[in-house]
Design a protein around this ligand. Structure first.
Ligand code: URA
Length: 189
């Protein structure tokens, strides 16, 4: 399956009831050939309207951190979410919805074969790294599984709520930059 075929199939997904209330499915944004994949939780209202991840206020903050380490959603990374459709009224996605939707993220990872996964926030990190992952204690560290390094950092929306964590988040992005320089070949050229 090609990336385009996967995106098309995903955009037609009606596996759970979120398909009935979404305006747009949010498949992801960026370069599908990137070596670094960022993984958020799921689309909010603005993302649902525009069909792109992290386009609200937290997305602007994310873009600033990315720019600080010469990463951009337009060129050298990909950004996706665990859950592709917005739960109505900003409720959390139900465990069953998450389980069903992970199939798409798994296919994205299989096709991209990224070297590094960056989990934005607890929900993503607890799925992708370890069920009891603690962002405040373990952010910025790299964990290897199945040949892919995984790192968890603060969700940008959490940084907006709690700006005191911003310096720690910048450290994480700097650690990411160093790791990319160490193991990636195409991200910084
Ligand atoms: N929060 C997320 O986790 N993902 C988005 O796409 C937007 C906000």
């Amino acid at each position: 399956m090609t990336w385009q075929e996967l995106e098309l199939a995903c955009k037609g997904c009606m596996e759970c009831e979120l398909g009935e209330t979404r305006k747009n499915l949010v498949f992801g944004v960026g370069n599908p050939e990137a070596e670094v994949l960022f993984i958020g939780e799921g689309p909010g209202e603005r993302e649902d309207e525009l069909g792109e991840p992290f386009v609200g206020r937290s997305g602007k903050l994310l873009d600033q951190y990315l720019a600080a380490v010469e990463l951009s959603r337009k060129t050298n990374i990909y950004i996706a979410n665990m859950v592709k459709c917005r739960p109505p009224g900003n409720r959390d996605p139900k465990p069953g919805e998450q389980d069903l939707c992970m199939r798409w993220l798994r296919e994205q990872v299989r096709l991209m074969r990224p070297k590094i996964l960056v989990c934005l926030g607890r929900i993503s990190a607890q799925r992708i790294i370890r069920a009891d992952f603690r962002v405040t204690q373990e952010h910025g560290r790299f964990y290897e599984a199945n040949g892919i390094l995984r790192m968890g950092t603060f969700h940008p929306a959490a940084l907006l709520r709690n700006p005191r964590q911003k310096p720690d988040a910048l450290e994480d992005f700097l650690a990411l930059q160093a790791k990319i320089r160490e193991i990636c070949e195409r991200t910084y050229i």
